[in-house]
Write a protein that binds this ligand. Structure first.
Ligand SMILES: C[S@@+](CC[C@H](N)C(=O)[O-])C[C@H]1O[C@@H](n2cnc3c(N)ncnc32)[C@H](O)[C@@H]1O
Length: 460
């Protein structure tokens, strides 16, 4: 039988050939039917090794004669797996981490290099524990035996495993210690929040059925429909209330967006980038499922998921529209409210996608900023005079947020920012500029930017 580490190696090999980490993981988990504990180990090893890649490479650079990038690709992957267990997996004894990594090297074409693998990992252990090869405590990320540069960007990048450019973007907005806390937050396993469907049940009823299934939850301040799972190990679809449409999975900060839009029963709402429908279905719930919501998106497969979600939640007021929201002409001046939940670089949700920090680049951010600018200028024409547009992203990059809005307002004299009302759940997150920005390490939820704009009758 193939063991968990070999399976993790196969998935990581695909990732290093360009596959998305979640696809590569799903592929091996479907192929090899594993017990729950092995599934969890494979998942942790794959996501962890991808996430901590820069730190693990720095350790290889330090302990091997050849730099990490000069090592054969698959050997580097094997070393990542071994070092990841030594650095971050307290439950795994150091000797087990070393022996299984040596075995992986032997079985995957590096039988001649097992001495090197063994030597490098033991050198790491000696460095941490001072020449003793016992299996004592493992260090935390900031106490790894790394030789660190003075430059704060590079130092944070190596310790917390982020590319320099992302750290620069954060350091322009936050202090060094705040940035460090944000990095640590983004390296945690993501939490799961539910949004209760008030058209089907109450939050108390959901709390009760979850409690009877031994699932611990807690409420989230300011958000009337949100519950955070504190303990749950099984597949989410097996929890009570899922099939009945009592709730959906949606992070708390994403729930703030539809509250900021504040849709009313009977209105016409256009959701310009709607799929897979987290916010569309929330809007329908807030409208009591009365009125019309146009759910537009250019990705048909994602819209199919939206339809499934709407069906499960038993919502009737949603109409699908497939295509590019920069091109629709049929919505001019008909929307009481428009939501533009724009495609973005996702710098606020890096903890949910282990490889996202390595996939995005300053160039992709530039392209997204251009797309967002085009989307807002066209979808603003969907709004009736006196109506509202909410612009939202799950990124923390000013080029995709503040800069898009500032440019839009400079070109649109008939629009102005309308900060959230005191009774809005979004009020607690508003800034003096009138927009809302959720910093994950401060608010313990996904990073988000959102702003509510009102179309006035003033065109001067
Ligand atoms: C952030 S996601 C939307 C998430 C969704 N609002 C939710 O809450 O579930 C952005 C979406 O924009 C869509 N998209 C990207 N470019 C688009 C365009 N030009 N026109 C319409 N949709 C677009 C993508 O397919 C993606 O589904």
């Amino acid at each position: 039988m193939t063991n968990a580490r070999q399976i993790a190696f196969l998935a990581l090999r695909d990732v290093h050939k360009g596959a998305y980490a979640d696809f590569a993981l799903d592929k091996v988990l479907q192929k090899f039917k594993l017990q729950d504990t092995d599934r969890r180990l494979v998942t942790e090893l794959v996501y962890g090794s991808v996430r901590r890649q820069r730190t693990l490479d720095a350790l290889i650079d330090q302990f091997a004669k050849k730099k990490s990038h000069q090592q054969p690709k698959e050997l580097r992957t094997i070393l990542h797996l071994g070092l990841y267990q030594l650095c971050y997996q307290e439950r795994i004894p150091a000797s087990a981490a070393v022996n299984t990594t040596v075995q992986l090297a032997k079985e995957n074409g590096f039988a001649g290099l097992t001495g090197f693998v063994n030597g490098l990992l033991r050198q790491y252990i000696r460095q941490v524990e001072g020449d003793e090869e016992d299996e004592g405590e493992k260090p935390t990320s900031s106490h790894l035996p790394l030789q660190l540069p003075e430059n704060p960007v590079e130092r944070l990048g190596i310790v917390h495993s982020f590319p320099d450019w992302i750290l620069q973007v954060w350091l322009e907005q936050l202090s060094v210690s705040d940035t460090e806390q944000l990095c640590e937050w983004m390296n945690q396993s993501p939490t799961i929040d539910l949004r209760i469907n008030p058209l089907r049940c109450s939050i108390e009823e959901v709390e009760a059925v979850l409690q009877s299934a031994d699932v611990l939850v807690r409420r989230i301040p300011h958000l009337p429909q949100a519950l955070r799972l504190i303990s749950n190990s099984g597949p989410i679809q097996n929890l009570p209330g899922f099939r009945e449409g009592w709730w959906v999975v949606q992070d708390s900060s994403a729930q703030l967006v539809s509250h900021l839009l504040d849709p009313q029963p009977g209105e016409v709402v256009i959701d310009a980038c709607a799929a897979p429908g987290g916010k569309t279905t929330h809007i329908a719930e807030l409208m009591g499922d009365k009125g019309k919501i146009w759910a537009c998106d250019r990705t048909a497969s994602r819209l199919k998921k939206l339809q499934e979600n709407a069906k499960r939640l038993n919502l009737q007021s949603i109409e699908i529209c497939t295509g590019d929201s920069r091109e629709f002409l049929q919505f001019q001046n008909i929307g009481d409210r428009v939501l533009l939940d724009a495609p973005c670089s996702g710098l606020g949700t890096l903890h949910r996608h282990a490889d996202a920090r390595w996939r995005q680049t300053p160039e992709t951010v530039q392209e997204l900023s251009q797309l967002q600018t085009e989307l807002i200028s066209h979808t603003a024409t969907f709004v009736k005079p006196g109506g509202v547009l909410v612009y939202a992203t799950c990124t923390l990059h000013p080029l995709e947020n503040e800069a898009v809005i500032t440019q839009f307002l400079a070109n649109s004299p008939d629009w102005q920012i309308e900060p959230p009302q005191k009774d809005s759940p979004a009020f607690a997150y508003s800034t003096p500029e009138g927009w809302c920005k959720v910093w994950p390490h401060r608010q313990d939820m996904d990073g988000f930017f959102m702003v509510r704009l009102r179309k006035t009758n003033n065109s001067e």
